[in-house]
Design a protein around this ligand. Structure first.
Ligand SMILES: [Zn+2]
Length: 254
């Protein structure tokens, strides 16, 4: 099994509610090899030895649940994610629960695929990024400003580049910014020592950014990005904000 790398603190683990609380196996970006298939699994699309990736949002699939009915299991209010509710992928073996099997959460990797396990572990976050950008209608030549140069911010920037966008990537950490520069995006803003709003306006010839993507959990960043939006701009609050500090200030006349 390979698992995506996460910043996991000691404080994080005991807060997880559900199955095995307090001694919990985390990990929700999972690739592995099928070792055994339960006798009641009907018509599996994989066999023993298949490489598979696992969808980790497991919905309730109850009658009357709109999210599950529409296949949006990640939006199910009673969603029980692998790695948060069920034990996750940071393990040599993982039992994929009945609910997940029935939902079709085990997806075989094509047998002739040469994609490495390490890269396949990124399918989960990358699919979130692709889904998020599908709402943004990014067009060639548009400015896309991404704030946060962690793995998610880098994926957003790379995907926007494939659409012909001009990418402005902003980041507070000097170390992350140095790594991000290896990707050769169009512009970088070191938010630690730069006026972010002014920098975006300068880079976009005072027009503002066509698309903004918040890829860090700082609400001031989201507020600042909102100020920099161009006419007909689209803004994605991709990252979550801290529960105790999730309210944003919004100028209703913007
Ligand atoms: Zn549901």
């Amino acid at each position: 099994m390979y698992e995506g790398t996460k910043d996991v603190t000691k404080e994080f683990v005991p807060q997880i509610k559900g199955y095995g609380e307090g001694k919990f196996i985390i990990g929700h970006e999972i690739v592995g090899t099928v070792e055994e298939i339960g006798s009641e699994v009907k018509n599996p699309t994989y066999k023993v030895g298949s490489r598979v990736i696992i969808v980790t949002s497991i919905g309730c699939r109850k009658n009357g649940c709109r999210a599950c009915k529409e296949g949006n299991y990640n939006m199910c209010k009673n969603n029980r994610p692998i790695g948060y509710y069920y034990p996750g992928g940071f393990a040599e073996y993982i039992l994929i629960q009945d609910a997940a099997v029935k939902q079709g959460a085990i997806i075989p990797v094509p047998e002739n695929s040469t994609v490495s396990d390490e890269h396949l572990a990124m399918v989960e976050p990358l699919s979130c990024v692709i889904n998020g950008q599908n709402y943004l209608n990014i067009k060639e030549g548009e400015y896309v400003t991404v704030v946060g140069a962690g793995p998610i911010g880098l994926m957003h920037s790379l995907l926007a580049k494939t659409k012909g966008a001009k990418v402005i990537l902003a980041e507070y950490s000097s170390a992350r910014l140095t790594t991000a520069k290896e990707f050769g995006f169009d512009h970088y803003i070191a938010t630690k020592d730069t006026d972010f709003v002014q920098a975006v306006l300068d880079l976009t010839h005072k027009e503002g950014t066509d698309v903004g993507i918040v890829a860090c959990s700082v609400n001031k960043v989201a507020e600042d990005l909102l100020i920099t939006m161009a006419m007909k701009g689209r803004l994605s609050f991709f990252a979550g904000f801290p529960k105790e500090n999730s309210i944003l200030k919004l100028d209703g006349n913007i």
